[in-house]
Design a protein around this ligand. Structure first.
Ligand SMILES: [Zn+2]
Length: 170
């Protein structure tokens, strides 16, 4: 089975822990990262204008809380699982990624785009029934969007281009 992302929009589940440490000074204070990812995400922030724009959008949303964590329970065919909960005006996102993944940049920017979709109030359930909307219900109440897939690929590409231009100037 092709690697996939699972994205669940859960309008009714109510948890959002704030117990994690926030990332480095440049990264939004409302994004909590595991320590092991802070350096990699800071590099993404420096190298990718698209990722910076995503971070800026999330940082500007005082109602958004994002937690990223490693989870060995994420099955290998799945690149990440994100649950986004909207409650009393807040958007809480819990992103679980398998440890040891080789593509954090693509995974995180893909999932961040799903968060931005919810900050913009996208109604995935309704859009998934509209032809060519770019929203797909991949399993009951699990959605994928073309937009998130594009965002992930774009940030990974920007990172790759920065790395190769750094190599050519070494
Ligand atoms: Zn997705």
């Amino acid at each position: 089975m092709r690697n996939s992302y699972w994205f669940a929009f859960l309008g009714f589940i109510v948890t959002c822990a704030d117990a994690f440490t926030s990332a480095g000074a440049l990264l939004p204070q409302n994004i909590d990262l595991p320590h092991e990812l802070v350096a990699a995400v800071s590099r993404m922030y420096d190298a990718s204008p698209s990722f910076r724009a995503q971070c800026g959008r999330i940082a500007g949303a005082s109602n958004a809380h994002v937690r990223v964590r490693f989870d060995i329970g994420v099955r290998p065919s799945c690149r990440a699982i994100t649950e986004i909960t909207r409650r009393r005006g807040s958007v809480c996102a819990d992103i679980r990624i398998p440890p040891g993944s080789a593509s954090y940049a693509e995974i995180l920017s893909h999932e961040f785009e799903h968060i931005i979709e919810q900050l913009e109030g996208l109604d995935l359930r309704t859009l998934s029934k509209v032809r060519n909307s770019g929203v797909h219900e991949v399993q009951r109440e699990l959605y994928e969007t073309d937009r998130a897939q594009r965002a992930g690929r774009l940030v990974a590409e920007e990172l790759r281009l920065t790395r190769s231009s750094q190599r050519s100037t070494d």
